[in-house]
Ligand binder design. Sequence first.
Ligand code: UDP
Length: 446
Amino acid sequence: MDIVSERPDRRPNRIAVLTVHTSPLAQPGTGDAGGMNVYVLQTAEQLAQRGTEVEIFTRATSSDLPPVQEAAPGVLVRNVVAGPFEGLDKHDLPTQLCPFTAEVLRQEARRVPGYYDLVHSHYWLSGQVGWLARDRWRVPLVHTAHTLAAVKNAALADGDSPEPVTREIGEKQVIAEADRLTANTAREARQLVDLYGALPDRIDIVPPGADLTRYRPGDRAAARAELGLSADEEIVAFVGRIQPLKAPDVLVRAVAEAIRRRPGRKLRALIVGGPSGTGLERPDSLIELADRLGISDQVTFLPPQPADRLVLVYRAANLVAVPSYNESFGLVALEAQAAGTPVLAAAVGGLGTAVRHEHSGLLVAGHRIPDWAGALEYLLDDPARLRLMGERAVAHAADFSWAHTAEKLLASYTAALSGSGRAPAILGENQARSRALWRRRTGVLR
Ligand code: UDP
């Protein structure tokens, strides 16, 4: 009996999620681990709670890791051995896609046929693996790019190196092959169409979320005491990976400029996160910068914090700054607002959705230091307005929950399963057989 054709709106029972280059169990905020890791884990938990089991495949980066770990009820993480555990640069990962794919396919081959109903790949490297898995398993491929090389290369920070052309080629291939694509925002959907030739009717807009149970407003003085921060300073926090793209240097320079304009101003930059990528990869370079600007006593560094400590950072800060050159969404901006802290953000990418200008924070065009210093003054010098923005920020962030993201993902999966994608491209003599199989599975053939 063909169950699928009887239930065209069905949800998947079990999916394979691919995240080759970084584990959802890694501490975000340093190295290659950031918002995507949070996205994968949070949505997996939400999907499992809604009856869709999730198996996440990621590359093992330590010999200590067990082959499989339970991340949450209904969520398994499979640590796939592919290449050396340590020392493999992200740019060299394409060399390990073959062993990674082989192991993913072997895992499935040990199960009953039809074990996974769908494959969801995150970032283009995983898309390359998902493309083959989709063809082999005859299930739909849903792909989320998270970031796009063409977008990143169009707005590079000083000293940042462009993404290699091989990445753009790989992205284009995956975007052409995927049955459905999810985009964080309508803007990203347009970029997929305009820059990568994606078909608009294959794109679902799925906004990411924040953990609203964890990121809630709380007592600022208590948070500062807990973190060892002074009670009577203005604190502007930067949270995230320390890399040129994220531009923590813009915050340090803007704080220096605001202090230069009003000497004696008790203003502190709090930088939370660890090194990633090239250029500004060492927090040392920020320490040196603060030194050169004569404000080393007014800059505090904290290593990457787990979520239960990070909420204290958001509560402790008067403002959170997100000066990135590009940001496909910017989870930090959402989390800060959920905790009641307004956000001063660059007017780029998804930050225009994550932050409501003059309502829950401020969006600044460009990265000119006088503009950023002026924006700091504008917000900090009117505490009543800042408080109001903090209240509105909580309400704004409430629209973005991981539960909502998971529901949107399930709708995308349902569309993929009901054939709103297209038949997998199988070549040669298998083609007729695979098309018939696809028709049987989905009831639809395009
Ligand atoms: N993060 C964290 N601890 C830190 C710094 C960051 O857990 O010390 C998390 C943060 O909560 C957020 C994610 O890392 O969920 C960063 O996501 P964002 O979208 O802001 O940036 P990305 O890293 O994806 O570029």
